[in-house]
Ligand binder design. Structure first.
Ligand code: TRP
Length: 461
């Protein structure tokens, strides 16, 4: 039998879990990363592939992560080891947990830098810096900001401290309390932004761009685009590194994993699409470039806020909520390593959170320097920040996803997954098992190998 509780604490209700997991999923990935990545790959076709990845790969893998976590009730490293040993399988399955810790450090390091941008933009908005700003001035403001290592360093540090503070307070009083009201507020403000963008910008052009798939736009970048769409799905749903797994380890046994997952994935997707509909109308109305990269929202949104009556207030509020969204995500990236330090090193939660946060903070300094002083150092044309982002979302998370799918589909006995997924051998359960055993691992592997160009190298494509 499995333990019924975790030593780290438990979510008080199923709703608390859904909010925490949705809080993890909804973040910079939706509002910052999704629009600019979709823009880089030409819109609609990318969005369509993204939606397919969420449905056919993301949802089954999220269910697998949650059920593995709940079965093991420990940090991903120890959960994987315990469950594998119970089935007489190699303890080396714990390496999946270690890979997740590595991904977590890499993600948190650059995530905190970008979250720092949103903090800085709260102050700018509130100070009236957006008032009457045009596209060129907005771009100049953004370029000036990322070119300033001291400013990036200060905001990165502030955000990391915020993250450590919540994780240090623990599951119930830290994580759970912080997510309850921030998510609904973000949602409402995003709707306001969509309405505004529809009124002031070119909503028709944005909708066509996002929802009319034009596969010709992908051209010879199709493999890379599909890999990026899948990577975005993993990143946005917080999958492949153990964040959702560790959140699952705090979930009560009687809560439905399938229903929770559908709610989490649906909200996450809705927020990403709304973010697209808030941003692209402004992009097209102001003749900006959809493929202009990570600065996209930091250049377009200020223009919108600069025109709205009360834009300084709305702008500040919007970036505050974006900070909250990033915050409820960053805590989930730090949680797996903190749980492990508490379990295996006997550290207090506070000490574990500080140690984990400091590690990611140090790596983050390299990320922020890559935007200015170190911009000359690149690997395959990417600076450190871009490289960490690419490596995690497009390679490490999908690899983690394949292993999670294999573990849930082939290593865990059918009876165990059936028990976690409600106990009735329904059509839904059989569909999940089919997706997790065959579809998810094969699809992820194909997209991965094709996207990194392996088929080209060996002459198959
Ligand atoms: N999903 C979050 C976002 O979209 C980021 C995130 C949180 C994440 N936890 C994660 C990404 C774990 C990958 C893995 O902003």
């Amino acid at each position: 039998m499995s333990a019924t509780t975790s030593i780290h604490g438990m979510w008080s209700t199923r709703l608390a879990f859904i909010l925490a997991a949705a809080g993890s999923a909804i973040g910079l990935g939706n509002v910052w990363r999704f629009p600019y990545t979709a823009g880089e790959y030409g819109g609609g076709a990318f969005v369509l592939v993204y939606l397919l990845c969420v449905a056919a790969i993301g949802i089954p893998i999220m269910m697998a992560e949650i059920l593995i976590g709940r079965r093991g009730r420990q940090s991903p490293i120890n959960t994987m080891r315990t469950l594998a040993e119970r089935e007489g399988k190699p303890a080396a399955w714990s390496l999946l947990g270690w890979m997740g810790i590595l991904s977590g450090f890499l993600i948190l390091s650059f995530y905190s830098v970008i979250a720092g941008w949103t903090l800085a933009y709260v102050v700018r908005a509130a100070g009236g810096a957006f008032t009457g700003i045009d596209a060129a001035a907005s771009k100049a403001m953004f370029d000036g900001f990322v070119g300033n290592p001291e400013a990036l360093f200060a905001w990165h540090t502030v955000f990391m401290v915020l993250t450590v503070m919540v994780v240090a307070r623990g599951v119930a009083s830290g994580l759970e309390q912080s997510v309850k009201w921030m998510m609904p507020a973000l949602f409402v403000l995003l709707l306001v932004m969509v309405v505004y963008a529809g009124w002031a910008g070119d909503l028709g052009a944005a909708a066509r761009y996002l929802f009319a798939p034009d596969f010709a736009r992908l051209q010879d970048k199709a493999g890379e685009a599909i890999l990026s769409a899948m990577g975005q799905a993993f990143f946005s749903l917080s999958l492949g590194m153990g964040a959702i797994m560790v959140y699952g380890s705090y979930l009560r046994h009687d809560a439905s994993i399938a229903r929770s997952t559908v709610m989490i994935a649906a909200t996450d997707t809705l927020v990403a699409l709304l973010a697209g509909l808030a941003i692209f109308p402004m992009v097209f109305a102001h003749g900006l470039e959809p493929g202009s990269g990570p600065g996209l929202i930091f250049v377009t949104l200020p223009i919108a806020f600069g025109e709205i009556p009360g834009g300084s207030l709305f702008g500040a509020l919007f970036f505050v909520l974006l900070v909250f969204a990033a915050w409820t995500s960053s805590i989930s990236i730090l949680e797996p390593v903190v749980a492990w330090l508490v379990e295996n090193r006997g550290f207090s939660r506070v000490r574990a959170a500080i140690i984990g946060g400091t590690g990611a903070w140090l790596l983050g300094i390299a990320c922020l320097l890559s935007l200015n002083l170190w911009s000359g150092y690149t690997v395959a044309g990417k600076g450190i920040l871009d490289l960490f982002d690419y490596l995690t979302a497009n390679i490490l998370l999908p690899l983690g996803g394949i292993l999670i799918a294999i573990f849930a589909g082939w290593v865990l006995p059918r009876a165990a997954t059936l028990d976690e997924l409600g106990g009735t051998d329904s059509a839904g359960y059989r569909l999940w098992r089919f997706l997790i055993r065959y579809v998810a691992p094969a699809a992820v592997a194909l997209v991965l190998l094709n996207g990194v160009g392996l088929f080209k190298v060996i002459g198959l494509a």
